[in-house]
Design a protein around this ligand. Structure first.
Ligand code: ADP
Ligand code: SF4
Length: 690
């Protein structure tokens, strides 16, 4: 197959200062939760993208000086020469298949609490640190000497980046995370000297630093400015009109403009709240103000949308973070005429939770993300099957679908049996809930891939019992039978079923997804804390209910702070007229009313209710598994070598956990037993003896 000529435009080279990108695919800086703690894992993740055909590959943000760091978040560091080998590994990885390697130098300023280095943070104007955790620390106002120091530190960091082998150096002035934005914004810059006041003054530091960086490394490195598109702070801040003035004023200053929305949550908008190319309005027209190339993001997964962005003169390069995580091979697949093989990002922002929880990145669509080095998982390559030949996958949810896909790729004879009439399990159901349509891609991608494999057969309306499974005699059986929401309120607040006199209807998300809808006054108890509570509240409002959402947490959908959605969820529920009750738990359910209690004082309140919806927790559907386990002595006689329980059936969790479980199961099928050994590689801090 060959490339569709409509997409030729995406494969034109682009000059960025002294260097040239081989095509228009630009992987913008993105975090991964591994950073300086897991340098080889992060480097291998970038190397795979190089293999996947990206023209430009950036690292995550790189702290360029020890006086500004964002612990506990784990990014990269280029504080001094000792860090060079770590980041050099990333540059080498990007180069391996001909991409330009970029690093995003960050001086976090008002966004850096310096919890690790214990240095006093520096900012244009003295004010409290602005972090997600509202750390009780102030930044002090920079003196002229501090500004001179900062300029020198940038110059030195550029020299280190050059030594490490980078072709592109991006200066971070977006998302509220970089000091240049803090100087540009009237919200954070109240100075009265030549670095404050007019836009020209607020841009002075930026101009000085870019000129000095170019002077230091401009012979071989392109200098990119990653600029906020709009701070969305009303009268205050750095608004889109000023962004345009700045670009016009300094049209030739950086070698490239990388335009990103004001806050990270807006820029990485989840599909629940923003569409593909959602920043277009803010970007449109900026390219005409500068002769330098412009790159922007927008969760681009469609090559048609990408080509249109270039053809209509909005962008010169297609910036991608999440789409490149979900499918590191997008450019190559477009180039090879395999567009239908693209594993499209679903915009769930689970990848961001790796960074927010300082753990290791995960992706719902691409379970190999950040496992490329740790486990040696390549997103497109699979080991041939082991000594057994057949696999029965029971359940076609995300776990079962992914297990079938990977086992199919490995060459097993796979039968996928599904009790229902469609593929996707919970995804097929949840994608019909408000705002979650894009999540259906989890099933769509796998459905198409399975349809292309002659060695995978799918049977619908096949609810298998333990007897059926024993009778079939497949060598390997994997049960991915999913989970159910429980109605008894057991979760975190209640560890035993909640008192309930059975006089009120109590429904679960499963009931609602089955079309059973309450009416009138509905009390929704959310002790799950991720997206489901908020989504169900929306669904209830859509169906005419008067909704009160009660949660023991201080926040609605608290865990979705990790997917950058929490504020949007709260705002949407307020707009929909949902009554939000925080820090209270449902205590008991009685005739015509629900009783709640304050989680701190225990004080009770009574609410009139026609129904209760319980978004508490889920239990795995493991009855077939339990029966098969009890009959293990019959396995061998039936030709069965292994039976495993995976995904939500084993342990309910977000969808990404299920695709990971399915992937891991199929990768490890017939692999030697490693006993008590660690199932992944890791790197340890080395001990210094001097
Ligand atoms: P996961 O997220 O772990 O993949 P899901 O709940 O999304 O779990 O999917 C489980 C799937 O398994 C559902 O589509 C369900 O219809 C199917 N299923 C459950 N029990 C059986 C069974 N005994 N035989 C066949 N399919 C089953
Ligand atoms: Fe996209 Fe979700 Fe994967 Fe992130 S985790 S890249 S948002 S599919």
């Amino acid at each position: 197959m060959s490339r569709d000529p409509r997409y030729d435009i995406l494969f034109e080279p682009v000059q960025i200062g002294p260097v040239t990108a081989k095509n228009r695919f630009y992987q913008v800086p993105h975090c991964n939760g591994g950073g300086y703690r897991d340098p080889s894992a992060a480097a291998e993740m970038r190397r795979v993208k190089s293999e996947g055909g990206w023209g430009v590959i950036f690292t995550e943000q790189t702290e360029m000086h020890h006086t500004s760091e964002i612990a506990p978040y784990i990014e990269l560091r280029l504080w001094d020469d000792e860090d060079i080998p770590f980041v050099a590994k990333m540059a080498d990885a990007a180069h391996e298949h001909g991409a330009l390697a970029g690093t995003e130098l960050t001086y976090a300023g008002i966004n850096g609490p310096n919890l690790y280095t214990k240095e006093v943070p520096l900012a244009p104007t003295a004010m409290p640190i602005r972090t997600y955790t509202a750390d009780p620390v102030n930044a002090r106002a920079m003196t002229k000497k501090d500004i001179r120091d900062l300029r020198r530190w940038h110059r030195n960091a550029c020299l280190r980046a050059k030594t490490a082998g980078f072709d592109l150096i991006s200066l971070y002035a977006a998302h509220g995370h970089g000091i240049f934005q803090h100087f540009l914004s009237t919200a954070t810059n109240h100075r009265s000297d030549e670095y404050g006041g007019s836009l020209e003054n607020r841009a002075r530091l930026l101009r000085e630093v870019i000129e000095e960086c170019k002077d230091a490394v401009g012979d071989s490195c392109g200098i990119v400015l990653r600029l906020s598109l709009h701070e969305t702070l009303g009268e205050l801040g750095f608004a889109n009109s000023e962004v345009r003035d700045l670009v016009e004023m300094h049209a030739e200053l950086p070698d490239m403009w990388d335009l990103a929305h004001g806050t990270w949550s807006e820029c990485s908008g989840p599909s629940r709240f923003s569409d593909e190319a959602s920043q277009q309005e803010l970007v449109e027209g900026i390219k005409a103000l500068t002769p330098k190339p412009v790159v922007g993001v927008g969760r681009f997964t469609s090559p048609d949308v990408m080509a249109k962005q270039i053809r209509t003169g909005i962008l010169d390069m297609i910036g991608c973070a999440r789409p490149s995580i979900a499918d590191p091979f997008i450019p190559l697949k477009i180039d090879q005429g395999r567009v239908e093989d693209i594993r499209e990002c679903i915009g769930c922002n689970i990848c961001i939770t790796g960074d927010m929880t300082m753990s290791s990145g995960r992706c719902t669509q691409n379970p190999t993300f950040m496992e490329e080095w740790r486990k040696g998982w390549h997103p497109e390559k699979f080991e041939a099957r082991g000594e057994s030949e057949t696999l029965l996958v029971v359940g076609a949810g995300p776990a079962g679908l992914e297990a079938a896909r990977v086992a199919g790729m490995r060459g097993y004879q796979v039968v996928l049996a599904e009790a229902g009439t469609e593929l996707g399990g919970r995804v097929a159901r949840e994608c019909k809930l408000p705002g979650l349509a894009t999540w259906g891609r989890v099933a769509d991608y796998r459905q198409y891939q399975l349809s292309q494999m002659a060695n995978v057969d799918i049977y619908f309306e096949n609810e298998l019992s333990a007897d059926d499974i024993l009778e079939f005699g497949f060598e390997n059986v994997v049960l991915a039978t999913g989970s159910c929401w429980r109605a008894d309120g057991v979760s975190r607040h209640h560890v035993l079923p909640m008192p309930n006199d059975d006089s009120l209807p109590v429904l679960t998300p499963d009931d609602l997804m089955d079309g059973k809808m309450p009416s009138g006054k509905v009390v929704l108890f959310d002790d799950d804390h991720y997206y489901m509570g908020g989504v169900i509240a929306e669904l209830l409002v859509e169906n005419g209910c008067q909704v009160t959402l009660i949660t023991p947490s201080a926040y609605v959908s608290a865990w979705s702070a990790n997917t950058l959605e929490q504020a949007s969820v709260h705002a949407r529920l307020v707009k929909l007229g949902v009554t939000i009750v925080l820090n209270r738990a449902l205590k008991s359910i009685e005739a015509g009313q629900a009783v709640s209690e304050c989680v701190y004082s225990g004080g009770e309140e009574i609410m009139a209710a026609d129904a209760v919806v319980m978004v508490a927790s889920r239990v795995g559907n493991d009855s077939v598994w339990s029966e098969l386990s009890a009959r293990e002595d019959e396995w061998q006689a039936n030709g069965i070598r292994s039976i495993r329980l995976i995904g939500d059936a084993e342990s309910p969790a977000p969808i990404a956990w299920a695709t990971y479980a399915g992937h891991r199961y199929a990768r490890e099928l017939d692999q030697p037993d490693i006993g008590d050994a660690l199932p992944f590689r890791r790197e340890l801090t080395h001990i210094k003896n001097d």
